[in-house]
Design a binder for this molecule. Structure first.
Ligand SMILES: NC(=O)c1ccc[n+]([C@@H]2O[C@H](COP(=O)([O-])OP(=O)(O)OC[C@H]3O[C@@H](n4cnc5c(N)ncnc54)[C@H](O)[C@@H]3O)[C@@H](O)[C@H]2O)c1
Length: 253
């Protein structure tokens, strides 16, 4: 009897943080996982952790906002792992500043990674999902989509991803493809550590202060988001599409 090959999932920005935890979780769920990040060497830790747990992974270097690099990455993944039918658009950056101080470059980079990156990755992967008549797209939005002081660029991109998600759900639904978004609140990663540093705050104090404002009384961890991704990409979630789930320990924090 031949074994059915594992379905292939791509997680972008998966060298660390939420992306790394998601890649590990999807591997544990039985997917072969392509770990994309800016440079291939940075993906080694995630790839090794997946392999050490008995899973299958491939590390690929690509800037998700660069059309040629995206096409090359997706072609390589399809050839080496198999057709990608799950895509988690997780790669992200922040360039926070008050509007009057925000530079053109800070605006453009945030749009490049979150919006152009998710668009290019999804466009490159959708044909594999349509061919398979099965697919799952999960986009990482944020509670910042509701507005956040000092994040005009990031809040705009994260709100834009919600519109992108709903449109994908409408266009791809008839092919068995769902699209959903996760809007995390405060998650303890390098990204939020950098925010604490920029504000000149001690990390432990910053976490305690943020946790005090969160209804479940703790900061989030990458595994909280990975768990929600795991639900959205599961077989049983095929009737859930075009949704945004706020994973924030409360309605919005
Ligand atoms: N940490 C939070 O509190 C939080 C809250 C809401 C939403 N998010 C979102 O979740 C996602 C992951 O966040 P995180 O906290 O794990 O961040 P992180 O900074 O720890 O990791 C982001 C990863 O994305 C990679 N990346 C950046 N630009 C890229 C590009 N152009 N191409 C490929 N990879 C690129 C980085 O190299 C890094 O490995 C992001 O989209 C972020 O906006 C995070």
């Amino acid at each position: 009897m031949t074994e059915t090959p594992a379905r292939v999932a791509i997680v972008t920005g998966a060298a660390r943080g939420i992306g790394a935890a998601t890649a590990l979780r999807l591997a544990a769920d039985g997917f072969a996982v392509a770990v994309i990040d800016l440079d291939e060497a940075s993906t080694a830790g995630t790839v090794e952790a997946i392999e050490a747990a008995g899973g299958r992974a491939l590390g690929v270097g690509a800037d998700v906002g660069d059309a040629e690099q995206v096409q090359a990455a997706v072609d390589r993944i399809a050839a080496e792992l198999g057709p990608p039918v799950v895509l988690v658009n997780n790669a992200g950056v922040t360039r926070d500043n008050m509007l009057f101080k925000m530079t053109d470059a800070d605006w453009d980079l945030v749009m490049h990674v979150h919006l152009r990156g998710s668009f290019l990755m999804t466009r490159a992967c959708q044909r594999y999902m349509v061919d398979a008549r099965w697919g799952r797209v999960v986009n990482l939005s944020s509670t910042s989509a509701l507005g956040n002081r000092g994040q005009a660029n990031y809040a705009t991109a994260k709100a834009g991803l919600q519109g992108f998600t709903k449109t994908l759900a409408l266009e791809l639904g008839k092919f068995g493809v769902t699209a959903n978004a996760i809007a995390p609140g405060f998650i303890q990663t390098e990204m939020t550590k950098a925010t604490a540093e920029r504000l000149g705050r001690d990390w432990d104090e910053y976490v305690a202060e943020r946790a005090a404002a969160i209804p479940v009384a703790r900061g989030g961890v990458p595994e909280d988001i990975a768990h929600t991704v795991s639900f959205f990409v599961s077989e049983g979630a095929g009737f859930v599409s075009g949704q945004v789930v706020y994973v924030a320990g409360g309605p919005r924090t």
